[in-house]
Design a protein around this ligand. Structure first.
Ligand code: FES
Length: 126
């Protein structure tokens, strides 16, 4: 039996919004020093500061893939401020929970989203 629940397995086996975005408005990349995994997230933002598209690449474990996938679903349609307010706990909860040893993987997904939003806000200032 898997240590992951059905929802995590679904997002791991059928990840949503995987890929690269050449014309992204913001790009965020974070790494996890304990496991060496890397996550990159791309966002497209409209004139109302709403995230209209999002893509991710993850070089990491199954939990990292699943959390990235759910983060993209949660973030589409949100404003950049709402995306910034999304917490690591919300990500893990929306997946129905993760094994304790894998909770740090969900931090990576939310952190990558926050990094992409911060990159967007910095670009906008220029
Ligand atoms: Fe590295 Fe999950 S083990 S992100």
């Amino acid at each position: 039996m898997s240590v992951y629940n059905e929802k995590v397995m679904d997002h791991f086996q059928h990840p949503r919004n995987v890929g690269v975005m050449d014309d992204a408005d913001g790009v965020g990349e974070v790494g996890n020093i304990s496991c060496g995994d890397i996550m990159r997230m791309y966002i497209k933002v409209d004139q109302n500061e709403r995230i209209t598209d999002i893509k991710f690449q993850t070089f990491g474990c199954g939990a990292a893939v699943a959390t990235s996938s759910i983060v993209t679903e949660m973030a589409i349609g949100k404003t950049v401020n709402e995306a910034l307010a999304m917490t690591n706990k919300e990500v893990a909860t929306s997946l129905g929970g993760l094994p304790p040893l894998k909770l740090h993987c969900s931090n990576l997904a939310a952190d990558a989203l926050h990094a992409a939003v911060k990159n967007y806000l910095e670009r906008r200032k220029q």
